[in-house]
Design a protein around this ligand. Structure first.
Ligand code: OSB
Ligand code: MG
Length: 373
């Protein structure tokens, strides 16, 4: 398909409540969207880079420059027929996976629209509903956290994930487990611990967590494998997994028993599917992570979650948990059974509210293709 225009936008959107992890708090999102126009259709992608390079080395600003100067012109010159061609188109650019994913996912969205089929079916999805959990940030106090958990369980969510760090872990798990002995409960440290914390981490086993996500270094497999040997609780890797080869390394070394897949972290649908398939072949269950996306990134996460091996509840939840007004129509809703239903609509399955997008845009630039440059 001929690429007629690639438009980058930065939108400012306040979260309905701040989200705090072991690496910091987010109140206002600087959202980077890619709009790819082709033959009368528009595909949308969202870059999941954070405002600061604290989760990964990318940030809103690094992704903006990379998209505008490198990836955008490469895509404009390529006329891809399929989203799956994007990794080859971008191959000379190292890393910058969240920036790449914004464009690649927009091409998959376009391709699904062109084929008149739902994006989730185009990628080979088989689930018609996906199980949902919530990721709860570090709170000012344990009673405040307990009140939020009660609300989310009443809404139907199937799994509660608690952000943790030294000083916000064992006491929290104990009080949550005292009140809810049976719920699916997990935690996510975002690399807040070191191997020297092993004795402390072994105490997590008492709370029968479904998993502990990324306890150690963001770029590590080896020390996680040493920890997993001693820990009963399954380790789930998030930050460490960037591609299919990482799945092979992590599973061969025994670094984890579960994998979190994020479209941005692995560079888009092609690699996310490859990671999914590699995990499936090795008997490793996966689930879809979240990066505080707007409805655009969320719609892509929903499509991804329809693949066979997404057997555990993900961090993909309702629009209203993040935004007063989401960028899509209808907003994402979750049933009282804690599920999101896939729809039969072509493409991403949710209309983009272009008027609202325009109103929230603070920066907008059109990619200049190489032949114009
Ligand atoms: O580690 O999964 C993470 C948010 C920002 C950065 C990293 C993570 C998260 C979340 C939020 O856990 C998931 C969501 O609700 O979108
Ligand atoms: Mg995580």
């Amino acid at each position: 398909m001929k690429i007629d225009a690639i438009i980058l936008r930065e939108l400012h959107m306040p979260l309905v409540r701040p989200f705090e992890t072991s690496f910091g708090a987010t109140r206002n999102r600087r959202v980077l969207l890619a709009e790819v126009q082709s033959e009368g259709l528009t595909g949308w992608g969202e870059c999941t880079a954070g405002e600061r390079p604290f989760f990964s080395s990318e940030s809103t600003d690094t992704a903006w420059v990379t998209l505008l100067q490198e990836l955008g012109p490469m895509l404009a010159a390529a006329s891809p027929e399929h989203g799956g061609e994007c990794p080859r188109i971008f191959r000379r650019v190292r890393g910058n996976r969240m920036a790449k994913a914004a464009l690649e996912n927009a091409i998959w969205d376009l391709e699904a629209q062109r084929e008149g089929m739902p994006l989730w079916q185009l990628i080979g999805g088989v689930r018609t509903t996906i199980p949902c959990g919530v990721s709860l940030g570090i709170q000012p106090s344990i009673p405040e956290l307990l009140a939020i958990i009660a609300t989310e369980l009443a809404a139907g969510y199937q799994r509660i994930k608690l952000k943790c760090k030294p000083g916000w872990d064992l006491d929290v798990f104990e009080q949550v487990r005292n009140r809810w002995p049976e719920i699916l409960l997990s935690c996510d440290a975002n690399s807040a611990y070191r191997l020297s914390d092993t004795d402390h981490l072994l105490c997590f086993d008492a709370f029968h967590l479904l998993m502990i996500e990324q306890p150690l270094w963001h770029d590590d497999f080896y020390y996680h494998s040493m920890l997993q040997k001693r820990l009963e609780t399954p380790i789930c890797l998030d930050e460490s997994i960037h591609n299919r080869r990482d799945v092979l390394a992590a599973t061969e070394m025994g670094s984890c028993r579960i994998i979190n897949i994020k479209l941005g972290r692995v560079g888009g649908f092609s690699e996310a599917i490859a990671v999914h398939n590699a995990a499936l072949e090795r008997g490793i269950p996966v689930w879809c992570g979240g990066m505080l996306e707007t409805g655009i990134g969320r719609s892509h996460n929903i499509a991804l979650s329809s693949l066979e091996n997404f057997s555990l509840p993900g961090d993909v939840s309702a629009s209203a948990r993040y935004w007063a007004e989401d960028l899509i129509d209808p907003p994402v809703t979750v049933t009282s059974a804690g599920e999101i239903a896939l729809t039969a609509a072509a493409g991403r399955g949710y209309e983009v509210r272009t008027g609202l997008v325009e109103r929230l845009t603070v920066r907008k630039e059109t990619v200049r293709s190489f032949d114009q440059a």
